[in-house]
Design a protein around this ligand. Structure first.
Ligand SMILES: [Zn+2]
Ligand SMILES: [Zn+2]
Length: 409
């Protein structure tokens, strides 16, 4: 259908400027549909594409059998959203609209009759107009990729409400753990599975606190978020201390406050002797996956009990360096596939401390250190026990370093 012919036919429907103009939404640049509607009304069957360069005076709103005058409500909807955003500290938003079902049906009837060429959906026009007005009223900015908040106006019959989806804020940092009685993440009580009972003092937790809990509490308090998720770069056992600054990301869900005083949070966390955090900074939403998949060499210090330390040929320990075959350890067999993994031990060094062998090991990500010492009944080869021909047991273990590629520390 020619533009002029389409205009002539549509004019008979006595639409408002918005609904008329919207049928030509892809023609002209930098003007709104209600201005297009004015132009269509002026030229009728003589309408040409270049007429959309004109800028006649135009107004929002107007009565109409298609949109039922919904554009008269733009101001009210804007206030509704602005009010619902008031309690949040924000910089950006994205607005969505669910128009009344009735309007969508009438719009589809017009498209069937007069074609979809040059048009745009009414919901696009509504969200753009209300979004622009919201930017003026609130001084926030629209962001399509990663808004602080997503607001959807439900205009459907009987609804008339705003739904909010508040995006998380994320912080990256590194931590040390100075306790052999502290789990990394929250650990539900084994008697009550977390619901609370006498044996856990109604905390629902098996242990008093966790690295996760100590780190996330000040974040939640300051941001007034509803809860948090903790993502560590690998795990350490409860009885393992970490002095190597393990990377982590903490994700705060539905915060009211987004600009946090990280120095204060850092001080608050470090008041607890069991955990120390370093270099807190805000980060992006891909960081948890990045941290979880981080394949960094790690350094460990292990205190090892040897059957007869005096008779042990410790020089043989140099042969630990190189490729090690590790069959899935018996202690994790029930939750990991049973297979042999090849890992590289980069460097070993040792001293004697009283009656213990103290071993420093740098190894590839994923090396099982306790098994590298005990041999796990021959499942790990070579091993400390295998090389010196005596039973050897790791009695204490520390993580002493993370060797992150591109990291100067
Ligand atoms: Zn209309
Ligand atoms: Zn319990």
């Amino acid at each position: 259908m020619e533009i002029g012919e389409k205009a002539e036919q549509l004019l008979k429907l006595e639409l408002c400027d918005h609904c008329l103009g919207r049928q030509f939404a892809q023609l002209g640049h930098g003007l709104e549909n209600h201005t297009r509607g004015k132009i269509v009304k002026k030229y009728g069957s003589e309408l040409k594409e270049q007429h959309f360069n004109e800028r006649p005076d135009s107004n929002i709103g107007g009565e109409c059998g298609v949109c039922n005058g919904v554009f008269d409500e733009v101001g009210r909807y804007t206030d509704m959203v602005a009010n619902s955003l008031e309690r949040y500290q924000l910089e950006t938003f994205l607005l969505g609209v669910r128009p009344p079902v009735d309007l969508i049906e009438k719009e589809e009837e017009i498209w069937e009759e007069y074609g979809v060429e040059f048009t745009e959906p009414i919901k696009t026009e509504l969200s753009r107009l209300i979004g622009k007005k919201l930017e003026e009223v609130t001084e926030l900015n629209v962001n399509f990729e990663r808004p602080d908040i997503m607001a959807v106006i439900d205009m459907r019959e009987g609804k008339d409400r705003v739904e909010l989806q508040v995006n998380s804020i994320l912080f990256y940092g590194r931590y040390n753990k100075y306790s052999r009685e502290l789990p990394q993440t929250e650990w539900p009580c084994s008697d009550c599975s977390g619901s609370g009972c006498d044996s856990c003092d109604w905390t629902g937790q098996q242990y008093k606190g966790s690295v996760q809990e100590i780190i996330q509490r000040p974040f939640i308090e300051q941001s007034k978020g509803i809860d948090a998720k903790f993502h560590g770069a690998g795990r350490e056992d409860i009885d393992v201390e970490c002095h190597g600054k393990r990377p982590f990301v903490v994700e705060i869900r539905e915060p009211l406050v987004r600009n946090l005083d990280l120095e204060k949070i850092c001080q608050e966390i470090n008041k607890d002797d069991r955990v120390e955090v370093f270099d807190l900074k805000e980060t992006h939403h891909d960081k948890p996956a990045e941290v979880k998949q981080l394949e960094a060499d790690k350094s460990y210090r292990a205190w090892i009990e040897i059957e007869d330390l005096e008779k042990a040929d410790l020089d043989a320990l140099k042969n630990l360096e190189g490729v090690v075959d590790q069959r899935t350890p018996s202690r994790v067999e029930h939750r990991r596939a049973d297979k042999v993994r090849k890992r590289e031990v980069r460097k070993v060094d040792w001293t004697i401390e009283e009656d213990l062998l103290v071993l420093d090991v740098q190894a590839e990500s994923g090396t099982y250190i306790k098994e590298l010492i005990s041999s796990d009944e021959g499942r790990t080869n070579p091993s400390v026990a295998g090389l010196i021909g005596q039973s050897s047991a790791c009695v204490q273990l520390d993580v002493t370093g993370f060797h992150i590629p591109g990291d100067d520390e």
